[in-house]
Structures are given as structure tokens and as C-alpha cells.
Design a protein around this ligand. Structure first.
Ligand code: NAD
Length: 296
């Protein structure tokens, strides 16, 4: 069993650290929030006094932080950059969703010091983090990927090697841009059907069995009551917040600019989520974007 330092025990990081504990690993945990820390300590995590303490004498370090700025400050540019204290042979796995360039910058700074830093953002939301069924998209060398895989398998069941450093973040940006387009398109079609008198459950079934079939129709229908146990049937609570989708679409737009990739559909989806967020819906699940159509 490995000794793992885990930093960032929020909605995602908390349950991920708990799954590592359940798998029998020794997990040293740290978060700026005492409450977040306590929730994992109560399940067997060892409280670290600081981020430096969490990364001392461990085999792996996992971070799950809000954005790129937090990752860069923690490892490279903050008051006590962890890259200055982490020892060789410790594999650093950053699971936060951040821009690929920051991931590559921190990776280069790490490798300049003889250290290994890989990006491994996740898909599957809080439900997937709790269930241990996340998908990981990893940007790493083959050797780093093989070393990380058994640890990631304690928290997820689809572990993909997307490519070299930054590739995990690029895959995540592509996936979430696609997801936003699918959800907006599905909402648009369902709303038009409903305005023309169709039952959304029947229309959903027709499209699911026809060429309009997609993930939103299969497992995440945006119309309340069509499916049980999805956010739309629970006042759009839980699930994946509009704020986070908006953040991820920002990362996708940055990536499109850097790579000169046309993303007209992604840009429209970002405008829709921006408008929806500006109406005070940032904390709702992203399938609530259907309200934009229903309210117009
Ligand atoms: P969160 O805000 O719930 O948790 C982040 C945690 O990091 C907080 O507890 C905060 O106190 C801690 N933190 C911030 N800076 C720190 C520092 N310097 N040292 C120690 N702790 C620090 O966020 P979350 O929902 O858990 O998301 C984490 C990451 O996962 C984000 O990048 C997000 O985009 C990504 N993500 C989230 C979801 C989701 O559904 N919530 C799904 C996929 C990916």
C-alpha cells in the first residue's frame, strides 16, 4: 500500500481521498478549510499540518484544486512552492481541471528539478467521485501513466492515457465543450417539441431510438419528471453546476484561440451558459439551461 499526500478536499477531493482510504492506502490530507479536512480525517485520513507536511515522505501527491492559479501557486510560485520540497520518486498527480498551458508549465518546472508532475482531470461529477467511478484523462509519459494507474483505479473505472503533459486537460476541455453543446441542443429540441404539444417523455424516447440519440437523452434528461434520480427531477440541485460548466467552457475557448481551432458551436454554448449564469442560476445543475428556452 502506498503513502499518499492529498491536497484539496472539496466536493470532489473529499470523496476521492476517502476512496483511497477504503482501498487501504495511507492518506495524509490537507485543505485550507478545517471543515473539509475534518470530513476526511473522520474517515481515517491523517491530518497534515500544512501542504508541505502533506507532501513530505509520500509516494504520491494528489491535488484537487479549483483553478490553474491555485495549482501554479501551490507548486511553483507561491510563498512555499512545493516543488522546492518534494523529493524525487514521488509522483505528483494533479486532478484539478485547469488550462493545459499551466499544467505544462508546472510539469516543466517539476522536470527541471528531476520531479514528475502529471495532469489527470476527471469526468463523472460528485456522484462519480463518491462511487469511485470517475473517468481520468491523463497527460503523462507512458512510465508515469503506468505508475499512476493503480492509484487512479481506486477512484475511477475508466483511466485513459490521453497523451503527453497537458493532453489530459485538452481532452477534458474537448469533452466538456461537447457536453455543453449536447445539453443545449437537447434542451432546444425538447422545448420545441413541448411547445408543439408533444409529451417530453415520448419525444425523448423517439429521439433516443433515432439519430438524435445522445448522452443527455440517455442518462441526464433536462426536463423535470422524464427521468428519476437526475438533477432536473430534483429542482436542478446536485450534479454539475452551471458555474463549473462556464469555467470549463472558458478553458475550451482559450484552447481554441491558442490552437486556432474554430469552435462556433462551443462559443454559442458558452454564450448560452453565460446568459443563464447571469440570471442567478450559477449554482444549479447545468441541465437547467433548458429554462433559458422555456422562459423565453
Ligand atoms: P471545491 O471548491 O469544492 O474544492 C476545492 C477545495 O480546494 C476546497 O476545499 C478549498 O478549500 C481547497 N483549496 C483551495 N486552495 C487550496 C490550497 N492552496 N491548499 C489546500 N486546499 C486548497 O471544488 P470541487 O468541486 O471539488 O472541484 C475541484 C476541481 O475538480 C475543480 O478544478 C473542478 O473544475 C473539478 N471538477 C469538478 C467537478 C464537480 O462536479 N464538482 C467535476 C469534475 C471536475
Amino acid at each position: 500500500m502506498a503513502i499518499i499526500g492529498f491536497i484539496g478536499l472539496g466536493n470532489m477531493g473529499g470523496p476521492m481521498a476517502i476512496n483511497l482510504l477504503k482501498a487501504g492506502h495511507d492518506v495524509k490530507v490537507f485543505d485550507l478549510s478545517a471543515l473539509a479536512l475534518e470530513q476526511v480525517v473522520s474517515k481515517g485520513g491523517k491530518a497534515a499540518a500544512s501542504a508541505v507536511d502533506a507532501v513530505t515522505k509520500v509516494d504520491f501527491i494528489i491535488s484537487m484544486l479549483p483553478a490553474g492559479q491555485h495549482v501554479q501557486e501551490l507548486y511553483q510560485t507561491g510563498d512555499t512552492p512545493l516543488l522546492n520540497v518534494i523529493t524525487k520518486n514521488t509522483l505528483i498527480i494533479d486532478c484539478s481541471t485547469i488550462d493545459a498551458m499551466t499544467a505544462q508549465r508546472v510539469c516543466t518546472a517539476a522536470s527541471d528539478r528531476g520531479l514528475d508532475f502529471i495532469d489527470a482531470p476527471v469526468s463523472g461529477g460528485v456522484g462519480g467521485a463518491v462511487a469511485g467511478s470517475l473517468a481520468f484523462m491523463v497527460g503523462a509519459t507512458e512510465e508515469q501513466f503506468l505508475k499512476a494507474k493503480p492509484i487512479l483505479e481506486c477512484m475511477g473505472n475508466n483511466i485513459f492515457h490521453a497523451g503527453q503533459s497537458g493532453a489530459g486537460q485538452i481532452a477534458k476541455a474537448c469533452n466538456n465543450m461537447m457536453l455543453s453543446i449536447l445539453m443545449a441542443g437537447t434542451s432546444e429540441a425538447l422545448n420545441m417539441g413541448m411547445r408543439n404539444g408533444l409529451d417530453p417523455a415520448i419525444l425523448s424516447e423517439i429521439m433516443k431510438q433515432s439519430s438524435g440519440n445522445n448522452w443527455a437523452l440517455q442518462v441526464y434528461n433536462p426536463v423535470p419528471g422524464v427521468m428519476e434520480a437526475v438533477p432536473s427531477s430534483n429542482n436542478y440541485q446536485g450534479g454539475f453546476q452551471v458555474d463549473l460548466m462556464f469555467k470549463d467552457l472558458g478553458l475550451a475557448m482559450e484552447l481554441s484561440q491558442q490552437s486556432n481551432s474554430p469552435v462556433p458551436m462551443g462559443s454559442v454554448a458558452r454564450s448560452l451558459f453565460s446568459l443563464h449564469k447571469s440570471k442567478g442560476n450559477g449554482k444549479l445543475d447545468f441541465s437547467s439551461v433548458i429554462k433559458l428556452y422555456q422562459d423565453s
